[in-house]
Design a protein around this ligand. Sequence first.
Ligand code: ZN
Length: 371
Amino acid sequence: MIIRCKTCVYPTTKPDLMFQDGQCQACINYRNRPRIDWRQREQELIKVLERSRKSRHNHDCIVPSSGGKDSTAQVLKIIELGFKPLVVTATTCHLTEIGRQNIANLKLHADTIEVDPDPEARAKLNVLGMELVGDISWPEHAAIFSIPFRAAVDYGMDLIVYGECPQREYGGPINSESAMQMTRRWVDEFGGLLGLRPSDFVGHLGLTEANMQYYTLPSDAHMVGLKAIWLGQFVPWDSHANASKAITAGMKYILPSEANHWPWENLDNAQTGLHDHMMYRKYGYGRLAGQVSVDIRSGRMSREMGIKLVEDYDGKFPFEYMGVKVEEVLDRLGRDMNWVDDCMTYHTDWSLFESYVVNKRPKLKAPAVVG
Ligand SMILES: [Zn+2]
């Protein structure tokens, strides 16, 4: 049986999420937001940017990007503050048409480097990630950190500006929301690698050490002086505001699938539907639950409405995601639906669900509220 936060709809099964008196850490952090002097934080950010080492072409920092709403808003914010970002885009595992258009759109606003690692090796990592830890997106999680850090080393830059601090916005261990700088330890703990190190893949399905380079952070010696921060620690984070800013700047969007609530998030990778569905099976909550939780916290939606939407749509199987059929996603990996069924059965936490499954969506046992 799943137990939910009494304010939003996050379950206690969400990894790393702490609860106090029935309320999750994401809701507590949100309530504490006004205590932060955001004007002073923005001044601190300006100082950090002023101190950064510029690239040969006068870029002040790297903004890691997928071309989505957050990266677009990050880039525009840095420009607004009077600085020049270099966008480093790690292409997603199965780039969608809209994803491609949005990368092209962001290139209109800032210089961009696009890194697109070997698709064959990446497909093997998708397969292994799904089989070993139920996460098709393992290479994407790894690349989001390793590729911008590698680009910073290669270009002699010393500042990377990521988006939101996940522990502040979505909750984590107590006090983890106050980290101001991303470290190797942080990436190991919270980078979504699920305990798998890049070296663990070497030798499987013919993967070599060279294949894993793009998924590995540079050595400590190379990272001396290199700083990675979250914009969301200096500017109050608002997904809706980011989306409207990005849309005004030309970003295209559609609702990716029925299991999503926001039409302007996670548009760039056709595999994300499977990633989100596996999250639902492993932890009892999917993308829609995460998105409506944000909306409940900010007062845009009632908790009752959120629960209703979760019951009706969260965790629905992505037969189609961003207009791409699941069979096409699997074709590229050389796998079929039987393989997905096996992975799903193996990685589902059956203690959370009724034993029957309709349209590949297991039904949650009746939910309860903490406390
Ligand atoms: Zn909550």
